[in-house]
Design a binder for this molecule. Structure first.
Ligand SMILES: Cc1ncc(COP(=O)(O)O)c(C=O)c1O
Length: 363
């Protein structure tokens, strides 16, 4: 059987190493996983109650379009319900956008170190990938705008950017949107937006009315702590949502996921708690890195990427042997650490201090 040539050499998504694998391979019992930007505080108790309530309905298909959740999101964000599409995680919204708008040979622009799924899905559609180098871990929006051609269909902007954690400011984003032709879609991935209080951070929702080519991506996997249930969503003009909807598989979000997400959305106290804890965690990690003479990128989400001045893979390996899973592979000397609970953050720093003594400095 011959797979399509553009799929033949495409690697499958490689997630952060699963806890069970590490336990088995290294014979460890206690593992701290700070590799996938998950919420260390779990999810809202209200979401758990909603999940319990749905358990009696597992034999019945969910509402395919997730009308109750969509309406709740529309009300929360001050948009119309026809401006929202639900996905099996925001990963699936990325897939649907690529499928709906990228034909073979179309160009799509992204940063050279950003969330892997933009490139992956563009490759699946056989589009031409235009990767623009980041400037100090930040999207270089003027350089990205300069790469637009008559063939450009989608530009991906991840804000804050995974894995570097940096943001583009509202002024920078507006200047960029003013430059991008209206027939080129700009996808603004705001997976971590709920963590951010910085006044310069743009809220995509405020920009939507002025820029009909803008699509926002959001998720329940991060601050809402529901990564396992796979619920994400896109917000855009009704026309764009209408274009994408035929791609959406039937029942792509589950009954349990929809109910949990709707309940989680209303638990503002839980969100505020997680935001506050994350802020303290970032302060702790930044202070610890400064003390160790390491330079992280300015972090705005629930993760931080730091230059460890030696092979990131070696540091990753040495941490793994101490039962701590982080992420490497984003540039030779970098690791990315998800902000954990205070106890986890302290453990990762203690382990990192000892690892840095062990792993040779790269000159
Ligand atoms: C920037 C960004 N976008 C999208 C996603 C996908 O999230 P999900 O599919 O769980 O909604 C992630 C997950 O880590 C991410 O970091």
């Amino acid at each position: 059987m011959q797979v399509k040539p553009n799929i033949a050499n495409l690697p499958a998504y490689k997630p952060g190493k699963p806890v069970e694998d590490v336990k088995r391979e290294l014979g460890l019992t206690e593992i701290i996983k700070l590799a996938s930007n998950e919420n260390p505080f779990g999810c809202s108790p209200k979401a758990k109650e909603a999940i319990e309530r749905e358990l009696s309905g597992l034999s019945i298909y969910p509402d395919g379009a997730g009308v109750t959740l969509t309406n709740a999101l529309a009300k929360k964000h001050g948009v119309n319900a026809d401006q929202i599409i639900l996905g099996d995680g925001s990963d699936e919204i990325i897939l649907m956008l690529a499928r709906a708008y990228l034909s073979p040979g179309d160009e799509t622009i992204m940063a050279d170190l950003t969330f892997s799924q933009y490139k992956h899905n563009a490759q699946v559609e056989n589009a031409v990938i235009v990767e623009v180098p980041m400037a100090n871990g930040k999207h270089d929006l003027p350089a990205m705008a300069a790469r637009v051609t008559a063939k450009t269909k989608i530009i991906w902007v991840c804000n804050p950017n995974n894995p570097t954690g940096t943001i583009v400011t509202k002024n920078e984003l507006v200047a960029f949107l003013d430059q991008v032709p209206q027939n080129v879609m700009v996808v603004l991935d705001e997976a971590y937006c709920e963590y951010i209080e910085d006044p310069t951070y743009p809220d995509g929702l405020e920009l939507l009315p002025k820029y009909p080519n803008l699509v926002l991506l959001r998720t329940f996997s991060k601050i809402f702590g529901l990564a396992a249930l796979r619920v994400g969503y896109g917000i855009a003009s009704a026309d764009i949502i209408n274009d994408v909807n035929p791609i959406r598989p039937p029942f792509n979000t589950s009954r349990v996921g929809q109910a949990a997400a709707a309940a989680a959305l209303e638990d503002e106290a839980f969100i505020a708690y997680c935001r506050e804890q994350n802020k303290k965690g970032l302060q702790f990690l930044n202070a610890a890195f400064a003390e160790m003479g390491l330079t992280p990128f300015p972090a705005y989400g629930n993760f931080i990427m730091v230059d460890v001045k030696r092979s990131g893979y070696d540091v990753y390996d040495a941490l793994l042997r101490r039962g701590i899973i982080v992420r490497a592979g984003f540039g030779a000397n970098y690791i990315r650490i998800t902000v954990g609970s205070q106890e986890q953050n302290e453990k990762v720093i203690t382990a990192l201090k000892s690892v840095l003594q062990e792993v040779e400095v790269k000159v």
